[in-house]
Write a protein that binds this ligand. Structure first.
Ligand SMILES: *Cc1c(COP(=O)(O)O)cnc(C)c1O
Length: 421
């Protein structure tokens, strides 16, 4: 569910007409709905009610500080994967005891930063990292809470580029080696081993792979406890998918996901963390773009937009589908035609959708890409020297620019010319 609906023939974000935002900010731009962000966070929070838990938003999905602040105000923790994300979370006022530090290649600068600043726990991904973190913590005279990310060798049945839980993926330590690695961790004086971490992938549309992974984590918990480790926290990762195609069978609901978690690990009495990103931000954001040209080709009509793969790379990178709808509601009897919807970048990969049924649009008409809130703006680049796409947050009848569009000068003036030129 989201809060983007037509009123009086125009698409609204909550109580604001998107055409009003575009009049002020221009296109392309991302628009997020506060009510949708809040609703999705609460679905997860409620789904885990009754057990000790913390929902840590995976902020790599959409990391604008306004989004982080919105969620943190509801009690959200943050899952961060870099020093930059850690700084954003701190700057947005997230208490450090709600920040979890994940990521497969933490540098020693990042370790110093979070050891000094404070952290809820570090999710360690390898033995060398564990040893390095222990040394860094020792240097600072601190003891750092950790979990170790285990790779349960479970097929997440998702796109290969976002599957992370098979043994051939780079993530975590093989679950079969876990007892040995925990034994080593237990001997490191500056680490406090508090739990286990697992994350098997993103855009999962079935609960079964989660359940398989969590069952393995539950078994491991019992084993590690028998070995003398005080396992009291389970970080169960993120990954619940969203429906990108309307009308398709919807992925499981957070409520059912929560019930499954309680069933698989509830008896252990551990504090449970989850790290959803996509499901919180995905349907809370739209990418709005204008039609530049309608180009009628031989046997194919191209709708050329002012948004491109640099603004939303998911179709090019993951073969992802985003529903594209007009901002002005088509008349009930409007005739549909078939278009390829493309951006202006000089690559065939800059194609958002093939054979997309839309009513006839012309120069200047606005379209909205649905479900673009997660892994959209954060993956934008300046490819083709196109300025980074701006972001707007709506709340009720208000809206605010939360990241302005850089001018061409601002973009270009970041280059510096060496003295010999
Ligand atoms: C990407 C990631 C998440 C979030 O995944 P979603 O599919 O967006 O919910 C959570 N935890 C870790 C460790 C991740 O890498």
């Amino acid at each position: 569910m989201d809060h983007f609906t037509y009123h009086n023939g125009v698409l609204y974000a909550e109580n604001v007409a998107l055409s009003d935002i575009v009049a002020k900010v221009g296109t392309p731009l991302y628009v997020y709905s506060t009510a949708t962000l809040e609703r999705h966070f609460r679905l997860f929070d409620d789904a885990l009610s009754g057990i000790d838990h913390l929902v840590c938003y995976a902020m790599k999905a959409a990391s604008n500080q306004a989004i982080i602040k919105t969620l943190a105000a509801l009690g959200a923790g943050m899952d961060v994967v870099s020093g930059g994300e850690y700084m954003r979370a701190i700057k947005a006022g997230v208490p450090t005891d709600r920040i979890v530090f994940s990521g497969v290649g933490k540098t020693h600068q990042e370790m110093d930063m979070i050891i000094q600043g404070g952290v809820r726990q570090v999710n360690v991904e390898s033995e060398p990292e564990m040893v390095l973190l222990d040394k860094a913590a020792q240097r600072h005279g601190k003891k750092i809470p950790i979990t170790i990310r285990v790779n349960p060798d479970v097929d997440a049945k998702t796109h290969a580029k976002i599957a992370t839980g098979k043994s051939e993926n780079k993530f975590g330590i093989p679950i079969a080696k876990a007892r040995d690695v925990y034994a080593t961790a237990g001997r490191l004086k500056s680490l406090d081993v508090v739990g286990i971490d697992v994350h098997i992938g993103s855009q999962l549309t079935d609960l079964e792979p989660f359940a398989l992974a969590y069952r393995k984590v539950a078994e491991l918990t019992e084993m590690l406890r028998a070995d003398g480790h005080d396992i009291r926290r389970l970080d169960l990762g993120g990954g619940l998918g969203i429906p990108y195609v309307r009308g398709n069978q919807a992925p499981p609901l957070p409520e059912d996901y929560g019930a499954m978690i309680k069933r698989e690990v509830g008896h252990l009495g551990c504090e449970v963390e989850i790290e959803p990103g996509r499901l919180i931000a995905g349907n809370a954001g739209l990418l709005i773009s204008s039609v530049i040209y309608l180009k009628e080709g031989e046997g194919r009509n191209f709708l050329i937009l002012d948004a491109a793969m640099n603004d939303l790379i998911r179709p090019a990178l993951y073969e992802a589908h985003h529903d594209i709808i007009p901002v002005k509601e088509p008349a009930a009897d409007a005739k549909y035609e078939i278009f390829d919807v493309v951006g202006p970048v000089c690559e065939t990969g800059d194609t958002f959708a093939r054979n997309c049924a839309l009513h006839r649009l012309t120069n200047g008409d606005l379209v909205a890409f649905r479900s673009a809130g997660a892994y959209g703006a954060v993956m934008a680049s300046e490819y083709n020297s196109r300025p980074l796409v701006p972001e707007v947050l709506v709340k009720g009848d208000q809206f605010a620019v939360i990241r302005p569009r850089p001018t061409l000068e601002e973009m270009i003036n970041r280059d510096t010319i060496p003295p010999w030129l």
